[in-house]
Design a binder for this molecule. Structure first.
Ligand code: ZN
Length: 416
């Protein structure tokens, strides 16, 4: 039985039927529907000779033993956001099933091949993404914070974890899963409009953007909207508004796919009869190049001080979160490019704005490659998320090609 990419599309539809309702996918991690999806996956891999195990962080692994212990990993995540799309995360897992079938059919592979369904990539219920992969990568360092987190209904995350067999104190034991990893491969929908705009079905991901997230607070003086002359105001919102327009120019000047977003501005006192005293802005800046990201941040800080001066207000910055850019393996990027050209004629290289499990695996030191397939209208995290079936099939073929190339490459480098 050769690779059957149409079967992947059929199985994705089957999973959609099982775990989506009229509002979209409901495979939120640590819920019944998510367990149902894991059970479904178990059924799909029955009888091909792969052993299943759930690791200490709740990641679901299927291992096809090969001649060497060294392992090629293929990974994705079956969990979704509430009212999510049918493909985000699931495509990589279900396509991986097809690749595993093809490899199993051909007899004992030169390397061990493992499919991983990462636990809680989305962080939809408890607000922290990449739970399973960050535990396996050893980068999880916020257990104390995780312990205190609750969902909207007040359920503690640790309790939800325990219900699904995960002991938070032992989650980092999942690190042992990556000990034999020789390479990691992930296929994902793009979740953005770039490939559709270029008219290409597939692209190679160069890496994931570094992110700088800050709260920028402007402080002026509340004053009566009727009695305070325009030239005597200390209007915090005026400075915030200037900054919101300036970050667009900063991103434009930085180029290379730079993005800057002011996702929220909360004004106080927030009434129609008062000049704004404080404007709290949430700022998100991303770039693939660490140096460019740093200079975007510096430029934004300088601009905020300039606007604060112009409006006679004060400005303060607090870092919320940041992560450095993570670049994927240059050799594997070449192989991925080659695989795409073989199945689709033309390839395209692009960075990823969203973070992915692949970034965690890569920063654990495992050579990593990632493929994107076109998303229609660039939409994701909504039931409108979609990709043409013929593009889905091409993506399964490209994943399979790349898996073969990676197996051959790593096998050739093993001591005889
Ligand atoms: Zn995803």
């Amino acid at each position: 039985m050769a690779l059957d990419p149409a079967r992947t599309v059929a199985e994705l539809r089957e999973l959609r039927k099982l775990t989506c309702d009229e509002n979209g996918a409901q495979r939120v991690a640590w819920t019944e529907t998510w367990e149902q999806a894991r059970e479904w996956l178990r059924g799909k891999l029955e009888g091909i000779g792969a052993d299943e195990r759930i690791d200490a962080a709740g990641n679901q692994w299927f291992t096809l033993r090969g001649d060497s212990e060294r392992a090629l990993l293929i990974g994705g995540h079956l969990d979704s956001v509430p009212n999510g799309g049918w493909l985000d995360g699931a495509l990589n897992v279900v396509a991986g099933v097809e690749v595993l079938r093809r490899i199993a059919e051909e007899g004992s592979p030169p390397l061990t091949v493992r499919l991983v369904n990462w636990a809680d990539e989305e962080g939809a219920r408890f607000g922290r993404s990449l739970f399973g992969s960050s535990a396996a990568a050893g980068s999880m360092a916020d257990q104390d914070e995780i312990r205190g987190r609750t969902d909207a209904a007040g359920t503690l995350w640790v309790d939800a974890l325990a219900e699904h067999g995960v002991d938070l104190d032992r989650a980092l034991d999942a690190r042992s899963e990556l000990e034999t990893a020789a390479a990691y491969l992930e296929l994902h929908i793009e979740q953005g409009p770039v490939l559709e705009a270029t008219g290409l079905p597939l692209g190679v991901v160069l890496g994931t953007f570094g992110v700088e997230r800050h709260q920028v607070t402007f402080r002026g003086q509340a004053a009566h909207a009727g009695s305070t002359p325009m030239d005597q105001r200390r209007d915090a919102l005026a400075a915030a508004a200037k900054l919101e327009l300036e970050i667009r120019e900063i991103a434009k000047r930085a180029g290379g796919g730079a993005v800057c977003t002011m996702g929220a501005v909360v004004t106080k006192p927030g009434i129609v009869t008062s000049v704004v005293e404080t404007a709290e802005c949430l700022l998100d800046q991303r770039h693939l190049d660490a140096g460019t990201l740093a200079s975007m941040l510096t430029e934004t800080k300088e601009a905020s001080e300039r606007f604060a001066g112009e409006e006679s207000v004060e400005v303060g910055w607090t870092r919320i979160w940041s992560i450095a850019p993570i670049l994927f393996d240059p050799e594997l990027i070449e192989l991925a490019d080659e695989s795409i050209r073989e199945v689709a004629g033309t390839s395209h290289r692009l960075p990823s704005g969203p973070l992915h499990d692949a970034a965690e695996v890569s920063r654990a030191g495992v050579p990593t490659a990632m493929l994107f397939v076109q998303s229609l209208r660039g939409l994701s995290h909504t039931k409108l998320e979609d990709t043409k079936p013929e593009h889905l099939e091409l993506s399964v073929q490209a994943l399979d090609r790349l898996a073969s190339k990676m197996l051959a490459r790593v096998a050739a480098s093993l001591p005889a």
